[in-house]
Each structure stands twice: as C-alpha cells, then as structure tokens.
Design a protein around this ligand. Structure first.
Ligand code: FES
Ligand code: FES
Length: 131
C-alpha cells in the first residue's frame, strides 16, 4: 500500500465504520481509554458454540486513527477463536494500518485491539475456571 492508498484505507474505515454497534448478550464487553486524551472505545464480542467469534461490535469516541483502527480490527477478527485474537500482534496491526501514517500515534492505533485482547483474555480465564 502506498501512502495515498493508506490514507484512503484509513478514511474509508473512519467514514464507513464496520461493526459500529452494540452486541447482544456479549461474552466480552470492555472499555478502554488512552492516557493522553479523554477518548474511550468499548469493544464487545460474543463467541458461538464452535468457539469462534459470532458477533463483534465497537462504540465510543476517538480520533480518526483510533476509530478507523477499531473498525478495521472488527473485520480482522471475524471468525477467530479467543486464542487467535489474543495472539494478534500490535506490530502487524501497525503495518496493516499503514505504519508511516500511524507511527506517531501508536496509542490511538492500538487502543481497540488492546482493549479487545484484554477483554478476550479475561473471558478466556473465566471460561477456563469453569472447566
Ligand atoms: Fe495521545 Fe491519542 S492518546 S494522541
Ligand atoms: Fe484519543 Fe486518539 S486522540 S484515541
């Protein structure tokens, strides 16, 4: 992706956010904020009987990069298991979003994924405790 394509990619996610909705009966519902601003993004997820992601949603306030990243992350995790979500890398995400564009705002770019990973980890721990 060249710089122009990366800008268009981010703006498309910002202007047409994917999965910007509330999830019914979520297994995961966690809000995360950035220390440097007042923005808060809530990530929600529900897993199906097969252990794969069944529904994902996000809501909240954030800058262009954090909102675009939240939208992209919800596409990235479609159909994944908790283990697979927990294994997603922040470095890969930065590359996929266009490192050149987001490297000055890493906390914004990784807010949604970090919040989702934390929520999924907590869900995973709760499920394991039941076994
Ligand atoms: Fe500082 Fe977003 S937290 S720019
Ligand atoms: Fe707050 Fe980017 S400035 S999330």
């Amino acid at each position: 992706m060249d710089r122009q394509e990366a800008i268009e990619f981010l703006l498309d996610h910002y202007e047409n956010p994917r999965h910007n909705h509330v999830v019914e009966q979520p297994d995961v519902s966690l809000s995360g904020g950035n220390p440097g601003c007042a923005d808060v993004i809530t990530m929600q997820a529900r897993f199906g009987q097969d252990g794969k992601l069944e529904d994902i949603g996000w809501e909240g306030e954030g800058c262009t990069i954090s909102r675009a990243a939240a939208s992209y992350v919800t596409e990235l995790v479609e159909g994944l298991t908790p283990d697979e979500i927990e294994a997603l890398s922040f470095e890969d995400l930065m590359d996929q979003l266009g490192r050149e564009l987001v490297m000055t705002r890493p906390t914004c770019a990784t807010l949604a994924l970090g919040t989702l990973k934390k929520g999924v980890h907590e869900y995973h721990m709760r499920e394991r405790a039941k076994e």
